[in-house]
Design a protein around this ligand. Structure first.
Ligand SMILES: [Zn+2]
Length: 389
């Protein structure tokens, strides 16, 4: 758990509010990706950064799954620039790389290899994180995920020093996001919030963040997808995602994310898509152990029937999650996504080994339970009654 000291700037038409943060800085590093860099709002931000003769070095090629070699190359590229401020604009991968560079650009920082070996950084240069998707909440977490291709795995570097000085939630950056990305990243944020809310180590701070985030998300997720120019709905989703990050910081995810990792790692399913497929089946397993919390979440839905009993509300919430994924046109099974049903046991082996998350679920979940969840994602196995051992 890390204390979040970031100052948050938010609102539509708030880009000029970035200007005072740049006072006294001469050498800036802008980290983004090839798609985001073309957005009108990013062009506007670049112009603002370059005002008053400031030098702006642009990195616009952060890959979707950045590895330690990618970051090492970037560090070499900017080593002689005396970077004073790192600005990250993008999705979770871009923000994670920007967080790492804010530390690695500091002259007294350990090397990336030393950090991967466990050495803790102590300082960073000033950092500003601007999410361009409403999903990961990376701007509010002390984590950066890096791929280690040689070991076919990913590792997390975790340090409170990675948390940014400033966060800017600017809805103009998310209006041109394709609907399927807005849907899947929104569901990722929903998973962060509902998993943290029901986590074993949930506490009043994470519960508070989760409830504020869930209220905003449940009210705005569909509007933000169906009305992409609705700046208020987009801003509310950015806040929901931010609160998801805050909740992760204090509690952490569990079942959906544990079962989602192997689907991302082996089959490269987008993180939000894998989570969308797993959301309702996992919450069905969690429900009996979190009836009152599910009922609390049900009451946040704008049209909720509040006369139901807590038990009825908890069942209704699982149904709502299932229907929401369908309404957002996200897949709800694995059959058409290139995952063979013969891999059920291997998937369960991998998920059960994500012990930190499995232990954070509010119920004991066995290997057979995990396998049974994956099995529900192959409709042909259910209809034919096939039992793969
Ligand atoms: Zn996630």
């Amino acid at each position: 758990m890390a204390t979040i000291n970031s100052t948050v700037i938010s609102g539509s038409h708030a880009i000029p509010a970035l200007e005072p943060l740049l006072s006294g800085k001469r050498q800036l590093l802008l980290v983004t990706d090839a798609n985001i860099v073309r957005l009108d709002a990013v062009v506007q931000i670049r112009t603002l950064l370059a005002n008053d003769g400031r030098q702006v070095t642009l990195i616009d090629n952060v890959p979707a799954e950045p590895g330690h070699h990618d970051v090492s190359k970037l560090v070499k590229r900017v080593a002689d620039l005396n970077v004073e401020m790192v600005i990250g604009i993008g999705g979770g991968s871009v923000l994670d790389v920007a967080k790492l560079l804010s530390v690695l650009c500091h002259p007294e920082s350990p090397t990336l290899d030393a950090m991967l070996a466990g050495e803790k950084p102590q300082q960073r240069v000033t950092s500003v994180l601007i999410p361009a998707t409403a999903g990961t909440g990376s701007e509010a977490t002390p984590n950066a995920i890096l791929a280690i291709p040689e070991q076919n795995t990913k590792v997390g570097i975790i340090s409170p020093v990675l948390l940014p000085d400033y966060v800017a939630l600017l809805p103009e950056l998310t209006t041109s996001m394709p609907a399927h990305i807005a849907s899947s990243t929104g569901i990722d944020a929903l998973c962060h919030l509902i998993e943290c809310f029901t986590a074993t180590i949930a506490n009043p701070i994470s519960d508070n963040a989760a409830l504020i985030g869930l209220q905003k998300l449940l009210k705005n997720i569909e509007t933000s997808v169906n009305e992409p120019n609705n700046l208020l709905a987009k801003l509310e989703m950015l806040w929901a995602s931010y609160y998801g990050g805050v909740a992760i910081n204090h509690a952490g995810t569990h079942l959906v994310h544990a079962l989602s990792y192997p689907l991302g790692g082996r089959y490269h399913l987008p993180h939000g898509v894998a989570n969308a497929i797993l959301l309702a089946p996992c919450m069905k397993v969690v429900r009996p152990h979190a009836v009152n919390k599910f009922a609390q979440v049900w009451d946040l839905l704008p049209d909720a029937d509040r006369t139901l009993s807590a038990e009825e509300k908890s069942f209704a919430l699982v149904e709502y999650f299932s229907a929401l994924v369908k309404r957002l046109n996200l897949p709800d099974n694995l059959a058409t996504l290139g995952v063979p049903s013969t891999d059920l046991s291997a998937l369960a082996d991998a998920a059960i080994n994500v012990k930190r998350l499995m232990n954070n679920a509010p119920c004991q979940v066995s290997h057979d339970d995990v396998k049974a969840i994956y099995q529900t994602l192959f409709p042909e196995l259910i209809t034919k009654g096939v039992n793969h051992e």
